[in-house]
Ligand binder design. Structure first.
Ligand SMILES: [Zn+2]
Length: 115
């Protein structure tokens, strides 16, 4: 799902994306300047490898994500939330979900047997 950033206004724009066993559900809302706020939950299960024994297992995921999407280069003040820059004025939510999943997978995880 692709969203044109300048069409996002003060009224939250809800979205829900399903990818395999993951649901990415939340909303986009205009913040200020070039910034759009994205707030969402990532729920489901991700196939990953146990960092201890190397076995594949389904990792349960229940994460809240919150970041800004900047329409173009962001060179404003430092803010507490991460800023993701978009250079084509589009938020590609499928791509954002993929990178969030990669981030989750890159953490250290142990399967049930190794806990
Ligand atoms: Zn293990």
């Amino acid at each position: 799902m692709k969203v044109t950033l300048r069409k996002v206004g003060k009224t939250p724009l809800d979205f829900e994306i399903k990818s395999n066993e993951i649901t990415f559900k939340g909303y986009l809302e205009y913040h200020a300047g070039k910034l759009i706020l994205l707030k969402a939950d990532i729920n489901g299960s991700v196939d990953t490898q146990c960092s201890t024994c190397g076995e594949d297992f389904g990792l349960k995921v229940d994460e809240k994500v919150e970041f800004f999407i900047s329409d173009g280069l962001y060179n404003g003040d430092d803010i507490d939330i991460d800023v993701v820059e978009s250079f084509n004025s589009i938020a590609d939510l499928d791509e954002l979900l993929i990178s969030e999943i990669e981030l989750i997978k890159s953490d250290y995880h142990s399967c049930e047997n190794c806990k």
